[in-house]
Design a protein around this ligand. Structure first.
Ligand code: ZN
Length: 411
């Protein structure tokens, strides 16, 4: 049940305000490496440029749909989606080809590339999904929680994963235990050592995992899962999907150190050449979307507005609120167009900025610590375009967790 709950959270609103967070802010840049666009080198290596968009779909489990399980998609719905993708000419690409795509190399890529991914290692992901993927000629990438492999009949076992690989599908990492990497774990400790169990929830204090334990957990989750998959499957795992899509600069630097060269979030929207391969966007299907809604998500265009004051996956400390985000509309848009802003499904007020084609959104002081989706969009129909970001409001105490520890500095 715990996993069901986690996976439900996984994609909807990764961390609600209740999932209190405690990390730091923007001064991440020194420890981050931006790799997008840096790997094309030498005239001899110039290849046809990748064009268009790369949608990455995030599935979880397949079977009879229930309103209580917004992440379970029926076999019929999956088949409808794949039938449409096939008719439209989409073709699965590998995670290696996704790296080529963001690097701008187009030689190995179909005209309409797509990645279908299946998170968490549920049995139905393969027993129900596998035959349907194959029927329509698609491959999928399975993101596996290594500690969950074979623990019950509801999860795939190592033989299943070997079969998945033998069929030409991919198996990649979704960490060892699916804990939230973006924040320290919290524990409820009774204030009085002899409280009655029924009073427990009333009389406790919340304690957070200590910074060194947090950093050790990050290393273990990231390295342990990759090593386990390599050992059991004999393949080198180089792609990671963050549980809940949650990360911060420290998590990202450890993930890259651990050998992942392609990392997936759940920020929504499609990918384009030049995007950061450590922050590949995925489209999560929540609440049994209609085929029309699915098509819209796949066909969505990126607005490519310049956003100042907000970086994908990076947070704002709550003691820095209110905080302003400046949006500069791209030059190819009609300057008279008025963009719409949205935070967590609610429209927000965008005020005209001082410079032409700029708009300002304000993150209000009342915003609680947690993860939020920020979207800015403009136009409709064929002119519709949107940018989406996943960001976080950190508790001030999270600053103590954001200083990366080098292995040699640990006792
Ligand atoms: Zn997950």
């Amino acid at each position: 049940m715990r996993y069901l709950y986690l996976a439900l959270l996984c994609c909807i609103c990764p961390l609600s305000a209740a999932e209190s967070l405690a990390l730091p802010v923007s001064p991440l840049s020194p420890m981050l490496t931006t790799t997008a666009g840096t790997s094309v080198s030498g005239a001899a290596e110039v290849l046809p440029p990748a064009k268009g968009t790369l949608p990455v779909i995030c599935y979880h489990r397949f079977g009879p749909e229930e309103s209580s399980d917004p992440l379970k998609i029926s076999a019929k719905r999956l088949a409808e989606e794949l039938r449409w993708l096939k008719k439209e000419g989409y073709q699965s690409i590998t995670t290696q080809q996704a790296l080529d795509f963001v690097d701008g190399k187009g030689d190995s890529l179909p005209a309409k590339p797509i990645i279908l991914s299946v998170d968490d290692g549920y049995r139905s992901g393969w027993s129900v999904g596998g035959p349907i993927f194959k029927r329509y000629g698609f491959k999928a990438v399975y993101f596996i929680i290594t500690d969950q492999v074979g623990v019950s009949k509801n999860f795939l076992n190592w033989d299943d994963l070997k079969e998945i690989l033998a069929e030409g599908f991919e198996v990649q990492s979704h960490t060892m235990d699916h804990t939230n990497l973006g924040k320290p774990l919290s524990f409820k400790i009774p204030i009085d050592g002899e409280v009655h169990p029924e009073e427990f929830s009333e009389k406790h204090v919340t304690k957070f995992e200590m910074p060194l334990d947090y950093h050790t957990r990050l290393r273990t989750e990231l390295e342990g899962s990759r090593e386990k998959l390599d050992e059991m499957l004999g393949e080198t795992v180089t792609t990671l999907a963050y549980p809940f899509g949650a990360f911060n600069p420290v998590v990202e630097s450890y993930a890259v150190d651990s050998g992942y060269n392609l990392i997936m979030t759940v920020s929504g929207g499609v990918n384009i050449p030049g995007d950061d391969p450590h922050r590949l966007r995925r489209i999560i299907l929540v609440g049994h979307p209609t085929l029309e809604s699915f098509k819209k998500k796949v066909l969505e265009k990126r607005l490519l507005a310049k956003i100042q004051g907000l970086e994908e996956g990076i947070g704002i400390f709550s003691d820095q609120l209110p905080h302003k985000i400046t949006i500069t509309m791209p030059p190819d848009r009609d300057p008279n167009e008025v963009p719409r802003g949205d935070i967590q499904g609610h429209w927000i007020n965008l005020k005209p900025g001082a410079a032409p084609s700029t708009w300002v959104a304000t993150l209000e002081k009342k915003m609680k610590p947690g993860f939020y989706f920020f979207k800015v969009e403009v136009g409709s129909g064929a002119t519709f375009a949107r940018d989406s970001y996943l960001f976080e409001i950190y508790r001030p105490g999270m600053r103590n967790y954001m200083i990366p520890l080098s292995p040699t500095s640990q006792p």
